[in-house]
Every structure is written in structure tokens, then in C-alpha cells.
Design a protein around this ligand. Structure first.
Ligand SMILES: Cc1cc2nc3c(=O)[nH]c(=O)nc-3n(C[C@H](O)[C@H](O)[C@H](O)COP(=O)(O)OP(=O)(O)OC[C@H]3O[C@@H](n4cnc5c(N)ncnc54)[C@H](O)[C@@H]3O)c2cc1C
Length: 393
């Protein structure tokens, strides 16, 4: 038994395993092959208490611990990275800024339905200029004092859940960037319910992995009530949540890698070869499995140590970035090895091995690229200072 397990956590783990095996697995190919967005499954994660797990009860959450959330994510991602990504979005980037920086009315109206399994959220930050350079965004929001509405004009790309979500959290500038420090930023977040006139999806991308996640363009030529801003204009709300996203990539990547390892092990032990099996007759296969196991166990220690630190409020931002970088690498390594040792069966989508390799590469970019995260880690760990804000004139 792993050090972080106890009776209560075993029950949580079992509930997530049951959901993943009994409800997600039968729907997997509709996501993987037909690229169908898993609306009902995302809502089920809310209804089961998973999406709001670490959030306070006042926000409709379960006030649960991060280690248990890691177990939930691990079990779900063993079956589907796409559903893991959706769980991550509902818990962190979409809802958390409102829980941390929004009003109780916003929480009641927009977050609680997500944690009750009635609604789905998405976040639209990225534009063609990227996401880190927010000061170059074209998206603007102006307050119309006559009607007390925000007039938003934003054209976003790479929104996961585009055209499928019920509620969008949209970033736009409320003032021109003043080339000052991050604290005087003009980037703001707004809540835009689907169905608001002028809110519509554009092209949904065909992409390497995270199939069925409906990642694509979203347009917001909308007016929303003044109270739909999250926090104050220019306030970077939910900074804490910013580090939660890479953190939860950890158990997601761990689960996905474990799933591929277990499926490959089962296959090579039954595939006949030369009077034995692939496993019994080929040392290269056994060594490949041993290497996969070793890297998975190393990563498990790292992930659950960092989750436990978050439970003890001793969590470090570079550790969260490190977890995401290492997790995406683990998925690519295990996904590739598991595919290789299973030969022809490895490349068949239904066998769910090559999927882990593809999803691993996407995980090295979506939610922040590993290369840019390495640069941030370097700045934070070596003490050269915080990441740069807008360039000075
Ligand atoms: C599948 C998927 C889903 C996504 N979902 C969402 C979503 O729901 N909402 C949303 O708003 N966005 C979403 N994104 C956008 C995502 O966050 C960005 O694509 C990601 O952060 C990378 O930014 P970029 O595409 O602008 O690449 P760039 O930042 O332009 O990177 C290009 C290259 O430069 C490197 N690079 C960039 N900056 C640095 C640096 N400082 N140091 C070293 N190297 C660097 C990168 O590693 C990369 O190799 C999604 C992306 C993908 C692929």
C-alpha cells in the first residue's frame, strides 16, 4: 500500500474507478474516433462530486483533500485523457477564478451548477498572439454606463469545450496596457453564458490528441451585465488557481501512463511467440516494461508528494510546473514504449496505447508548453526573478 493511502481514500479511489470503468470506457471510442464531446460524462463528474472536490462547501464543493483528488484524476485518466482534461478545467481554470475572486452571487449562479453536474464551463484566454503575452491581446471590454453592461469584443482560439460549454470565462483588456508591472495589468475575466447574442463557436480544430475535447475558436461580440466581471477591472483573479492547473496534470499524466503500461503488460503476457509469449521469450520486452514501471513509480512519488504539500499549504509553484513538464514526458515515453512492444496491435486505436503517446505530446503544449514552463522554472528556481510583464517602452 502506498504511503498516502488510507481507508477513506480507498473508497474515493474505488468510486472513481467504478465511474471510469463502467461509464467512461464504453464511451471512449465515441470520443477517440468520432471526436464526440462527452457532455453527459463531464456533468456526471460534477454530480459525483469530483469537479468540485477541493473547493469549499460554500462554493458547492466537497472540501476534499488534494491527494484524494489526485486519486480521482488518476483513475479517470487511466481510461481517458480527454475526460481528465475536462475534469481539470471544471475544477481549476474555469471555476477557481470565480471561487477565489468572484462574488457569492456569481458562485451561486455559475459555479454551483457545475459542481452539481448541471452545467459545463470553458475558458477562453488564448488568441493568435498566444496566451502568455496577454498585453498583446486584441480582446477588449468597455463598460457602457448608460446600460450598465460590459461590451465585449473578443475572438479567441484554442478554447476547449468550444460550442459545448454552458458558461465561458473570457479574458479581455479593460484598459490599454500601460507597460507597467504586472500589478497594473488591464487583463480582466468575464462570465459569458452560452446563448448570449453574439457568443458563437468558430472552427473546431482537428488535432493530434485529447480527441473529443472540442478545442476551437470562440467569438464574443456580446453585452453582459456589469456584474459579470470577475473581480475588479484589471485584477488578475485566481492566481492560486493558476498553479492548480499544472499541478493536476500530474495525476492525469500518471494515470494515463499507468493505463498504457497495464494494457501493454497484459498483451505481451498472452501473445504467443516461439513456444512462449512475447514477455517470456524477449528480454527487450521485459526491460521495456521494467523501465516503464520505474519511471511511473518515480513520478508517482513526485506527484503525490506535491499534492500532499498542497494539502499542508507547503506547495511551491515551480513544483507544479515541474509536475506538468515531467508528466507529459512520462506519457510520451510510456505511450511510445507500450506501443512498440505490442507491435501491430500497438498502433490500433482501440487498444489504447498510441493514444497515450499522442495525448502526452498534446499535454506538453496544451495548458502551457513544457519549454515555456522550463523557462519559468529556471527563473523561479535560480532566483533570477518573476516572469516578465509587458515590455517597457
Ligand atoms: C489541445 C489544446 C487545448 C487548449 N485549450 C485551451 C483552452 O481551453 N483555453 C485557452 O485559453 N487556451 C487553450 N489552449 C492554448 C494553450 O494554452 C497554448 O497553446 C499554450 O499555452 C502554448 O501557447 P502558444 O500556442 O501561444 O505557443 P507559443 O507560446 O507561441 O509557443 C511556441 C513555441 O515557443 C516556445 N516558447 C514560448 N514561450 C517560451 C518561453 N518563454 N521560453 C521558452 N520557450 C518558449 C514554446 O514551447 C513553443 O515551442 C489549448 C491548447 C491546446 C494545444
Amino acid at each position: 500500500m502506498f504511503w498516502y493511502m488510507n481507508e477513506e481514500r480507498e473508497l474515493v479511489q474505488q468510486a472513481a474507478r467504478d465511474f471510469a470503468q463502467k461509464e467512461v470506457l464504453p464511451e471512449l471510442m465515441s470520443m477517440e474516433v468520432e471526436h464526440k464531446f462527452p457532455t453527459e460524462l463531464v456533468k456526471r463528474m460534477g454530480a459525483l462530486g469530483f469537479s468540485g472536490w477541493p473547493h469549499p462547501k460554500s462554493a458547492g464543493g466537497s472540501a476534499g483533500d488534494w491527494v484524494s483528488y489526485g486519486l480521482i484524476m488518476e483513475e479517470i485518466a487511466k481510461v481517458s485523457t480527454t475526460l481528465g482534461v475536462e475534469l481539470m478545467l471544471q475544477t481549476t481554470l474555469c471555476s477557481a477564478p470565480i471561487v477565489f475572486g468572484g462574488t457569492q452571487e456569481q458562485i451561486d449562479k455559475y459555479v454551483k451548477p457545475v459542481f452539481e453536474g448541471k452545467k459545463i464551463m470553458a475558458v477562453s484566454a488564448t488568441e493568435p498572439v498566444g496566451v502568455a503575452q496577454w498585453w498583446d491581446w486584441a480582446a477588449r471590454a468597455k463598460l457602457d454606463e448608460a446600460t450598465n453592461e460590459w461590451v465585449i469584443d473578443a475572438h479567441k482560439i484554442f478554447t476547449t469545450g468550444a460550442g459545448q460549454a454552458d458558461i465561458y470565462v473570457v479574458n479581455a483588456l479593460t484598459a490599454e496596457p500601460d507597460n507597467g508591472p504586472m500589478s497594473s495589468s488591464a487583463a480582466s475575466a468575464f462570465i459569458v453564458p452560452a446563448g448570449t447574442p453574439g457568443c458563437y463557436a468558430g472552427h473546431i480544430e482537428n488535432k493530434l490528441g485529447w480527441n473529443g475535447s472540442s478545442t476551437g475558436a470562440m467569438n464574443y461580440e456580446v453585452r453582459v451585465p456589469a456584474e459579470n466581471i470577475v473581480g475588479k477591472p484589471g485584477e488578475m483573479v485566481g492566481q492560486e488557481a493558476g498553479a492548480w492547473e499544472p499541478l493536476v496534470f500530474g495525476p492525469m499524466c500518471l494515470g494515463a501512463a499507468e493505463g498504457a503500461y497495464e494494457r501493454a503488460l497484459a498483451y505481451v503476457k498472452q501473445r504467443k511467440r516461439d513456444g512462449g509469449t512475447l514477455y517470456s521469450t524477449l528480454q527487450v520486452v521485459r526491460h521495456s516494461l521494467a523501465n516503464m514501471w520505474l519511471r511511473i513509480e518515480q513520478f508517482r512519488s513526485f506527484v503525490f508528494d506535491v499534492l500532499d504539500r498542497e494539502d499542508r499549504h507547503e506547495f511551491d509553484v515551480p513544483q507544479a510546473f515541474g509536475v506538468k513538464i515531467a508528466g507529459a514526458e512520462l506519457m510520451q515515453y510510456v505511450g511510445k514504449e507500450a506501443t512498440m512492444i505490442c507491435g501491430g496491435q500497438g498502433v490500433i486505436t482501440e487498444n489504447r496505447l498510441e493514444q497515450v503517446y499522442r495525448d502526452g505530446l498534446v499535454s506538453a503544449i496544451g495548458g502551457g508548453s513544457s519549454y515555456s514552463f522550463l523557462d519559468l522554472v529556471a527563473m523561479m528556481v535560480t532566483g533570477d526573478g518573476p516572469p516578465p510583464g509587458p515590455p517597457t517602452k
